[in-house]
Every structure is written in structure tokens, then in C-alpha cells.
Design a protein around this ligand. Structure first.
Ligand code: PMV
Length: 326
């Protein structure tokens, strides 16, 4: 029935970029300055239900808390894109639940906008392909376009709405895991959107980092084809440090690191010096993520716990792409 088609639920996992996205070529359409590569992870997911026509205005509830202001406005603006495509003019009730607490520094916009894109399309009766869902999710938050797919995913930067989308990458026999070292659950001092803008406009190191991204991506894809986790890890760590160096060179500086961040980064080096494969990567926050061979994950996690007794350390394995709950 029509009423039934106006309500839908979708679940998406978060993803961690290994070759990063930082900086836009088009702010409105969210076209990135460079292509990126990520791993979708299990255990960090968002489940979202969208119901059109059941309320007087758009509403948003995250983990039981009603949202107003920026969060609601962002969701409303995103729903406008869907409403326009579907030719409907109904307010939506959006209810969202995360497997990690919202605001803990891990409940990311990637899983949130991927799940919202899926649920909103389905509820609006739009028949979207995974690639179209990826392009739509991108409009909510760039990194969300990669969470439509599971495992290793490449976001082709493209040059317009149609050419900027994510697609899965064959991981062959590679068995990967990402270990999250939780350093702080505080809200970030500056949003990734604002920090990207500042880096692009003011950092003298930004263009050099962007130039390195295409080489890093090509080399990472070659390493994946060869099953060379060590080479892939080295590229991952170098690309992340380069991104943070470009941020720190912004005027004024964008610095997400805390003292414990440096301890965690040094712990990763020391674990590697001990002969275990472990490589760090960081996003727009103080938490450190560690890429490792899936078969080493438990040992690397134990080594991290020994060196960082005050941090929560959690292993995440590759996760699936978007799924609909029917
Ligand atoms: O999608 P956004 O606006 O949350 O940006 C994500 C940026 C990084 O997490 C730092 C890197 C990435 O590629 O996910």
C-alpha cells in the first residue's frame, strides 16, 4: 500500500579511510579534491527509519534524543534532495539508533547518511541503484558515499554529481582489521566541514598532500592486488600523517591531537619495531585507528592495551554494505 511504502528502515556500517578524503572541489555537491579508499567496518553502525507524512514538520531523533538546530537542518536539507527527486512534498519523521553512543567520537556521519539515504529513498518509493545511493549519501556527508558498500571501497572523486561515487574493490585474500584506540569521546573542537575549508584555503602544504593522494591510491590498489598488507599499511600511515601535517599548517592551525594521541602513535611504532604489522591512521578527532592483518588483530590489540592502559581498545573486522530491514 502507499502508506506502507512511505516508511522504511535501513542499516549502514561506518567506514575508515585508509587513503583519505580531505578537501572539496565543490562544496555544494561535495565533490572531493582527490579519490579515496576505505574499509567498511562491522560493529559501528546506524539504523535509521524514515516515515513520510506522519508529522507536521521534519523531526529527528538520535538514540532517543530529539534533535534541533544544525543536526535537524542538515537532515532536512538532505531530505529536500530526495523529495525533489521523488516529487513528494511531505515532512518526514527520522529516527536513528547507533551501536556506539552518539557523540562518542565514533558514531560517524558516514554510517548516518548512508542509512538515511537508503531509508529515505525506499520510503519515498525511489528505485535507486547502489551507485545512485552512493551519490545521494555523498550529498549528506562525503565519506557516507563509501558506506553503501562493504569491505574495501574506492570513492572516485569525479568532476560532477554523476561521476563522483564509490564502488567496491576486490580485496582478494587480504584479511584486514582495524583496531580503534579510543582516546576521547568529546565533541570535536572544529567540524570536518569547516576544517577542510580552512585547510584548502590557507594551508601551504595542502596542494602537496593532494598531489600525493593519487600516487598513494594507485600504490595502495597495487598492494591490495598483490596481497601486500605491509605495503598497504605503510601507505595508509603515510597518507594520514600527510593529511594531518597539511591541517596543522593551516592558518590558524587545525589540531585534533591530544597528548594521548601521540602516546598511541608511538605505541604503534613500538609494536611494529617488535615485529608485528600495525599501521596508524587518524580522522578529524584525537582517536587513533590501527590497520593490521586480521590474523594479528588480537595480538596487536593486546600490545596496545599493555602500552595504553587508560584507553579502550576494540577490534573491528570488515563489515557489509547498506542493508534494508523488511
Ligand atoms: O565525510 P566527512 O565530512 O565527515 O569527512 C571525513 C573526513 C575524514 O574522516 C577525515 C577522512 C575520510 O576520508 O573519511
Amino acid at each position: 500500500s502507499l502508506a506502507a511504502s512511505r516508511c522504511a528502515t535501513a542499516v549502514a556500517n561506518s567506514n575508515i579511510a585508509l587513503i583519505k578524503y580531505w578537501g572539496k572541489a565543490d562544496e555544494r555537491l561535495i565533490i572531493p579534491r582527490a579519490s579515496s579508499l576505505s574499509l567498511t567496518l562491522d560493529g559501528l553502525s546506524t539504523s535509521t527509519t524514515v516515515q513520510f507524512g506522519a508529522s507536521d514538520a521534519d523531526s529527528l531523533t538520535i538514540d532517543g534524543t530529539t534533535q534541533q538546530g544544525t543536526a535537524l537542518n542538515r537532515v532536512s536539507a538532505f531530505l529536500d534532495i530526495i523529495r525533489e527527486k521523488a516529487g513528494i512534498n511531505l515532512p518526514a519523521r527520522v529516527t536513528s539508533a547507533n551501536t556506539v553512543p552518539y557523540g562518542a567520537g565514533l558514531a560517524s556521519s558516514a554510517s548516518a547518511f548512508a542509512a538515511l539515504a537508503g531509508a529515505a529513498c525506499e520510503a519515498a518509493g525511489l528505485d535507486a541503484t547502489p551507485r545512485e545511493l552512493s551519490r545521494l549519501a555523498r550529498r549528506g556527508s562525503g565519506s557516507a558515499c563509501r558506506s553503501i558498500f562493504g569491505g574495501l571501497v574506492k570513492w572516485n572523486a569525479g568532476h560532477d554529481d554523476e561521476s563522483s561515487y564509490a564502488e567496491p574493490v576486490d580485496s582478494g585474500d587480504m584479511d584486514l582489521a582495524v583496531i580503534v584506540v579510543l582516546i576521547s569521546g568529546e565533541k570535536k573542537p572544529i567540524s570536518s566541514r569547516e576544517a577542510m575549508r580552512r585547510t584548502v584555503v590557507t594551508s601551504p602544504l595542502y596542494d602537496a598532500w593532494i598531489d600525493s593522494c593519487q600516487d598513494d591510491l594507485d600504490a595502495a590498489l597495487a598492494a591490495i592486488r598483490q596481497g601486500d598488507v605491509e605495503r598497504f599499511g605503510e601507505l595508509t600511515e603515510a597518507n594520514s600523517f600527510g593529511m594531518h601535517a597539511s591541517m596543522m599548517a593551516s592558518r590558524p592551525a587545525v589540531l585534533y591531537w591530544l597528548p594521548e594521541t601521540v602516546s598511541a602513535l608511538n605505541a604503534v611504532t613500538s609494536i611494529r619495531d617488535g615485529g608485528l604489522g600495525a599501521w596508524s591512521t587518524m580522522d578529524a578527532g584525537p582517536n587513533v585507528k590501527v590497520l593490521t592483518d586480521g590474523r594479528d588483530a588480537e595480538r596487536v590489540a593486546d600490545e596496545l592495551r599493555n602500552r595504553l592502559p587508560d584507553c579502550e581498545v576494540q577490534i573491528h573486522r570488515p563489515g557489509d554494505g547498506l542493508r534494508f530491514v523488511r
